[in-house]
Write a protein that binds this ligand. Structure first.
Ligand SMILES: NC(=O)c1ccc[n+]([C@@H]2O[C@H](COP(=O)([O-])OP(=O)(O)OC[C@H]3O[C@@H](n4cnc5c(N)ncnc54)[C@H](OP(=O)(O)O)[C@@H]3O)[C@@H](O)[C@H]2O)c1
Length: 332
């Protein structure tokens, strides 16, 4: 490792942290030195980065000496407690948690949508919620082209969205079910194998859960349009990796599916993925390990004027988290 930046990955042992290490390597991010941080439980573990095995250290206030870029993916309370120390040590923090996303001083960035918002950062840049990123990557170019009035979105969210332990719980619960053994979930409030449930984030007084509220307010901030109306229903499905979403989009004028396809074919971060004649559309397995948001199945909503339906699938560990964070670091 010579030349480049001193990068810290906070939460290096987690689902997103592990993905970040792979994305940094795959995109040949110029890393001069790498500091890997996690909880005391992981201190001393060795993590491979290319040819090099690196010791994981316990996250502490003095962990950031000389660090220039700190990629945080260790939850909101760790971000609140430690991001300030990283900034004070001279690092730019890119945080994956929800700790700073709605702070007006903190840019909330999806590079394909609002890269220029980064310029105003004061040391911290927030990475949006994964379901929100998946939605805005195709929604924003459609909004620019045709003006979006309202979006009705339903999500089908994978275990990976809740971290490494949640993925393990889905696998272990599935094995137990197949072997007719009892299984007590620890991460989720419901049995996950062969089941699904409304997103388990805290419920607001209005009856929407936190994940649904995030999709509304974060999308408005990223797209810099407080007027856009968004209504979300978020559901966890027993898929290991990659979130799917069904969007119903009302435009301010008539838009044909062909016009929408044309815009999305040119849109950064979007890949049209379908074989219409074969009735074949993107699935989470197709999207796993893929950088782009896979989009297709665009059709007219026959129940309402000026409205299209669209299906998308996104590897939320990549574009929804690690890849988006590294893209931000590249722009720095
Ligand atoms: N999964 C996603 O798709 C996704 C998408 C967008 C944003 N995010 C956000 O990214 C963050 C990490 O998510 P994840 O899915 O990677 O979770 P995860 O797999 O559970 O990993 C959590 C990471 O945080 C570390 N950590 C936990 N407690 C800590 C402490 N007290 N001090 C230092 N490190 C600590 C863990 O270290 P140990 O291994 O030592 O416990 C681990 O490295 C969360 O804020 C999440 O909201 C996740």
């Amino acid at each position: 490792m010579s030349g480049g930046y001193h990068v810290a990955v906070v939460g290096a042992t987690g689902a997103v942290g592990q993905e970040m290490l792979q994305v940094l390597q795959r995109r040949r991010f110029p890393v001069r030195q790498l500091t890997l941080l996690a909880s005391a439980r992981s201190a001393g573990k060795r993590v491979q980065f290319g040819e090099t095995a690196i010791d994981v250290k316990e996250l502490r206030e003095d962990s950031f000496d000389g660090v220039e870029i700190a990629l945080f993916s260790a939850g909101g309370s760790r971000a609140k407690a430690f991001a300030g120390h990283a900034v004070a040590a001279g690092a730019v923090v890119i945080d994956n948690s929800s700790a700073f996303r709605m702070d007006p001083r903190v840019p909330l960035v999806v590079p394909e949508v609002n890269a220029e918002a980064m310029r105003a950062h004061n040391g911290i840049i927030a990475n949006p919620n994964c379901s929100t990123i998946a939605m805005v990557v195709p929604l924003f170019p459609l909004h620019q082209a045709f003006g979006v009035k309202r979006v009705q979105v339903a999500t089908y969210q994978a275990a990976s969205g809740a971290g490494a332990a949640a993925m393990e719980e889905l696998l272990a619960g599935t094995r137990a079910r197949l072997e007719s053994r009892p299984f007590q979930p620890q991460i989720f409030p419901y049995p996950y194998a062969f089941n699904l449930f409304p997103h388990d984030s805290p419920l607001g007084e209005d009856g929407y859960c936190e994940e649904e509220a995030k999709m509304v307010r974060e999308a408005r901030k990223i797209m810099e349009d407080p007027e856009i109306r968004i209504n979300a229903t978020c559901v966890r499905v027993p898929v290991l990796r990659a979130h799917s979403e069904a969007l119903n989009i009302e435009f301010s004028r008539e838009v044909t599916p062909e016009e929408a396809y044309q815009v999305l074919r040119e849109a950064p971060g979007v890949q049209i993925f379908e074989e219409r004649a074969q009735n074949r559309w993107a699935t989470p397995l197709d999207a796993s390990g893929v950088d782009s948001v896979l989009v297709g199945r665009i059709r007219r909503d026959r129940s309402q004027a000026n409205t299209l339906d669209l299906w998308l699938v996104c590897d939320q560990l990549l574009k929804g988290a690690a890849l988006n964070a590294v893209q931000i670091a590249e722009l720095l």
